[in-house]
Design a binder for this molecule. Structure first.
Ligand SMILES: Cc1ncc(COP(=O)(O)O)c(C=O)c1O
Length: 274
């Protein structure tokens, strides 16, 4: 009551900016006019034939960005959502995973993994070096030796690395990590955060044997924020069919079933898809 009687707080007027707003942060990146113009259209019915035609083109082309002939899931989300999707589709609480302290985003992905009950073997780092493939090999070889009760693959279910640490530019060599996993003859999934490397640094999901690549729209793709991406290998799809955690919004199967006919299980980010 008293509050209502008080005069409204006056905020100082915002000075008009001259020129064009130019972002000078690691991401989101500046969105080119061509993309802004493409989005500047009415939002169409996401259950109609025009939308299905749009997505047919997108699904046919998006694999090229990741370097994969396999499926790519497009969530209306930020990159964090795509991190979460990678985990809940393939892993379950209590699963061990191997992660590396390469920088800020590796720390955040680890925190997220722990919130889902994953047991994270976290290899400490100084934020100045990428993942050491020799450490990957020795940790996985040790895991196989010490888990005779587990499957031949050992207890570690996934190796999770950030390809490019956005805040520092520290980049890990994904093909060498793949080879290290193979030398240890270990069956762990390889999951890679490509959020700031996708469309910026050479990246080859299929050729490098990555199981889940986690990307999003607002960095190398130079789109606005709002699309979270998962490129998925056959092995990761099989893991998702056999297990994973309870999931609904992030469910790959639900998405794939709907995407097959050109649609989404829920409202997509239509204008970002333009
Ligand atoms: C490497 C990396 N991973 C994950 C994220 C989190 O993505 P988002 O902020 O879109 O949720 C970012 C964001 O900058 C990032 O740079």
């Amino acid at each position: 009551m008293l509050r209502a009687m008080q005069p409204a707080v006056k905020t100082p007027p915002v000075a008009p900016r001259s020129g064009r707003h130019f972002l000078q942060i690691p991401g989101p990146t500046n969105v080119p006019d061509r993309i802004l113009r493409a989005m500047d259209r009415p939002t169409i019915d996401h259950r109609g034939p025009e939308f299905a035609r749009l997505t047919a083109e997108i699904f046919a082309g998006i694999g090229q960005v990741f370097g994969t002939p396999g499926p790519v899931i497009i969530f209306p989300s930020s990159g964090t959502g795509a991190w979460e999707a990678a985990i809940v589709n393939t892993l379950k609480p209590g699963d061990r995973v191997l992660m590396f302290e390469t920088g800020h985003f590796a720390m955040l992905w680890k925190k997220l993994a722990e919130r889902f009950g994953l047991a994270v073997d976290f290899v400490a780092g100084d934020w100045r070096h990428g993942v050491d493939p020799e450490v990957v090999e020795s940790r996985l070889a040790e895991d196989r030796r010490s888990s005779p009760g587990a499957s031949a693959d050992g207890a570690i279910k996934a190796v999770m690395v950030v390809h490019n640490e956005t805040s520092t530019g520290v980049t890990s060599r994904i093909p060498l990590i793949r080879r290290a996993i193979d030398r240890a003859q270990h069956g762990a999934l390889l999951m890679v955060d490509v959020i700031s490397s996708l469309a910026s640094i050479d990246y080859r999901h299929a050729e490098w044997g990555v199981d889940v690549s986690v990307g999003c729209s607002q960095k190398g793709l130079m789109l606005p924020p709002g699309l979270g991406l998962n490129a998925i290998s056959d092995k990761a799809l099989a893991a998702a069919k056999q297990g994973g955690m309870p999931r609904s919004y992030w469910d790959w199967e639900d998405m794939r079933r709907n995407n097959a006919s050109g649609f989404f299980p829920y409202t997509p980010a239509t204008n970002l898809l333009y």
